[in-house]
Design a protein around this ligand. Structure first.
Ligand SMILES: NCCCCC[C@@H](C[SeH])C(=O)O
Ligand SMILES: [Zn+2]
Ligand SMILES: [Zn+2]
Length: 307
């Protein structure tokens, strides 16, 4: 049967039916809204977690699955939603968070690519859009944002894994999320985007080596998140600005969110450091998600303290 499991990598069909079920499971705490469709016409459904309120609450936005092959990422977003709903009322921090804030979760950003990795090519990274004049498919959705677009760490070659696209926000998936962030930027206090692998907590900038205005605070938060994570199983993460910590890379979602005013902007690279890489065994989904919850909750607590 089409059974969804939090400790397995779920196909898009299973995730889609999970979204439909979970979003109607608790009308006091969760709802869903469409933010558009993907290139191939799949629905991009945003989950909104938080105590229902007639007034607009400050919010955190988290997306998973920008890159198709990074399966542990959507697994974490599903885990986060389950944990939030099941610990509200018993976990004091989660209860406070969902009372005071809303948390938007986009379980799979690049749905077309994610489905393609299940059905055709496990190592696919990009979107599945067609670019005129080439038979190579896809644009890197983490190089397509209006943040130093295509100036460094990206390629103008449509056949490259880091193709920046024919123009800024050429990818409808990127446009859908960028539009949502722009529409709600006054209320969105944090942007979290989940990737794999390398075990890193990154923050702006990646499009330049220049330090962000909030560099010292972001570094402190990233280091606090990493040490909270390490407290569970001893997993070691490295924290720092993207350019110097991993590589220069322009057109990223985190840099864009930061530049439109979302101060607490972080990119996570989850387990591992290369032994399995993108092919992280399903047996590591639970421990990875449990330790990552601690990092996310650390950041959320800092955001709440600074509302
Ligand atoms: N905005 C760039 C953040 C640092 C790079 C993140 C990785 C995740 Se796979 C990348 O997009 O190459
Ligand atoms: Zn990635
Ligand atoms: Zn990565």
């Amino acid at each position: 049967p089409r059974t969804h499991s939090y400790t397995n990598y779920n196909s898009w069909d299973k995730v889609q039916s999970w979204i439909a079920a979970i979003s109607t499971s608790n009308s006091a705490l969760i709802s869903k809204q469409s933010i558009g469709s993907t290139y191939e016409g799949r629905p991009m459904t945003l989950l909104k977690l938080g105590k229902k309120s007639s007034v607009t609450k400050p919010a955190i936005f988290m997306d998973c699955g920008i890159h198709a092959r990074e399966w542990i990422s959507p697994a974490f977003c599903q885990w986060f939603v389950k944990e939030a709903l099941s610990t509200y009322g018993s976990d004091s921090q989660m209860t406070s968070l969902l009372d005071q804030m809303d948390v938007y979760v986009l379980p799979v950003f690049n749905i077309d690519g994610y489905d393609y990795t299940h059905k055709s090519n496990r190592m696919w990274r990009k979107t599945r859009s067609r670019t005129s004049g080439t038979s190579c498919l896809g644009t890197d959705p983490n190089r397509n944002w209006n943040a130093g677009w295509c100036t460094t760490g990206a390629s103008r070659n449509p056949c490259s894994e880091t193709f920046c696209g024919s123009k800024v926000e050429s990818e409808v998936e990127v446009r859908n999320v960028a539009d949502f962030l722009r529409r709600n930027k006054a209320d969105i206090k944090a942007y979290l985007t989940i990737h794999s692998y390398s075990q890193l907590v990154l923050f702006p900038y990646s499009y330049t080596y220049d330090l962000a205005a909030d560099h010292s605070e972001l570094l402190k938060v990233a280091e606090g998140a990493s040490s909270a994570l390490r407290g569970l199983y001893g997993t070691r993460y490295t924290s720092g600005p993207g350019a110097a910590t991993i590589y220069p890379a322009a057109g990223g979602s985190d840099d864009y969110a930061y530049d439109i005013g979302v101060k607490y902007s972080f990119t996570f690279e989850l387990r591992d450091t290369g032994r399995y890489g993108f092919l992280l065994p399903a047996s590591q989904i639970k421990p990875t998600c449990m330790e990552t919850m601690l990092a996310i909750k650390y950041i959320a607590a800092h955001v709440q303290e600074n509302l």
